[in-house]
Design a protein around this ligand. Structure first.
Ligand code: TRP
Length: 361
């Protein structure tokens, strides 16, 4: 059997550089590698509603934004299936059946869920749908028999939960579901890209994001005001690399030819870091270089977005068609799941015959 990718994002806002290095960039490479039989990319609106149930408008407005971001980074509807989670009702059915295989205490122990509960002040009143979202995520992944789930590190507990459900289902019923592997970003900088203020994570509420759809000027402004090394006051002072956002971004974005193109004074990032640590290199110069590196990466993304923005109806059509394709695949898995659980009564001729015999004996 060929390898299958399933991954997705919650449509709670436009996608930013954290999404990009954490997963989007990799997805496009995988899509173009030809190694996968299917690539499915899901806009997880139903999951987003588990903690935004009182604000469906926010989700509704952001589906098109995420779709535009997907297309603009190079996800290609001819190679990948882009679809909307809530339109695949089969996922809810799978979730309902998987709920029997997971204990409440197991869900409450999930570190990602735990952190999110704290963040949202849900402690005393956790919506049931919210604690259960790891189960629904297992449904997302298994419905398509995904072998490979490219996500950021924060999603590891979700994949672990999925693997447990798969093992339990297969051992109780029969070998229908596929245990997925997680595919994490290649390096630490990509794993958790900090916000422009140096805080642990890019997050809309902290206002520390660079969005894929930001203008050239916005990106430049954000880069020039980025958090660096508070101890690097004079240019001549030795600078620190650890925790220095500008260098973390360079780790995530520098390419082999970036120096040759934009800063031939240095051969590579190691050389630049060495000079910075030694002292005598000002932040502004490094930021200008980072800006060039980022603009080179973002310019084609911005341009592609502009093109798709001219045909919004077409983008909705891509999602509609993708959702039709996804539904067909999920329906097939659901029917296998129901057969394995022996709840396919009307197709179960042996059962019907046995009951006829029982009452006609
Ligand atoms: N939980 C993911 C996030 O917050 C989104 C998501 C939902 C997902 N279902 C998924 C990711 C299935 C991978 C596979 O970003």
């Amino acid at each position: 059997m060929g390898k299958i990718i399933l991954t997705g994002d919650r449509p709670t806002g436009r996608l930013h550089l954290g999404h990009y290095v954490g997963s989007l960039r990799r997805r496009v490479e995988l899509q173009n590698s030809g190694e996968f039989e299917k690539v499915l990319i899901m806009i997880a609106d139903a999951q987003a509603l588990t903690d935004n149930f009182d604000n469906p408008e926010k989700i509704r407005q952001n589906i098109i934004e995420v779709a535009l971001d997907y297309l603009s980074v190079g996800l290609d509807p001819n190679k990948s299936t882009l679809f909307v989670q809530s339109q695949i009702s089969e996922l809810c059915e799978l979730t309902f059946f998987y709920m029997n295989l997971v204990t409440l205490s197991r869900l409450e122990r999930n570190p990602t869920v735990k952190a999110e509960i704290q963040l949202r002040n849900f402690e005393s009143s956790i919506p049931t749908g919210f604690v259960c979202y790891p189960i629904s995520q297992a449904a997302d992944i298994t419905a398509f028999k995904a072998t490979t789930v490219p996500v950021g590190e924060d999603q590891l507990p979700m994949i672990e939960q999925t693997r447990e459900i798969v093992r339990k289902f297969n051992s109780i019923y029969s070998e229908v579901l596929v245990e997925p592997d997680v595919l994490l970003p290649a390096n630490q900088a990509c794993m958790r890209l900090p916000g422009t203020d140096g805080k642990a994570k890019m997050s809309k509420s902290l206002g520390n994001c660079i969005y894929l759809s930001d203008t050239e000027e916005d990106v430049k402004k954000k880069v020039m005001s980025m958090y660096t090394d508070p101890l690097h006051v004079q240019v001549s002072d030795p600078g620190h690399i650890e925790g220095n956002t500008v260098f973390t971004y360079l780790d995530a974005f520098c390419k082999e030819d970036s120096f040759e193109k934009f800063w031939p004074d240095y051969k590579n990032l190691d050389e630049l870091k060495e000079h910075y640590q030694r002292g005598g290199l000002g932040d502004v110069k490094v930021k200008k270089f980072l800006n060039n590196v980022l603009q080179e990466e973002l310019a084609p993304i911005r341009a592609r977005r502009k093109e798709y923005e001219k045909d919004i109806a077409g983008v909705y059509d891509i999602l509609r068609k993708g959702s039709d394709v996804a539904r067909t695949i999920a329906a097939q898995t659901l029917s296998e799941v129901k057969a394995a659980m022996q709840i396919n009564y009307f197709e179960d001729e042996a059962l019907i015959k046995a009951h006829i015999d029982k009452y006609n004996a």
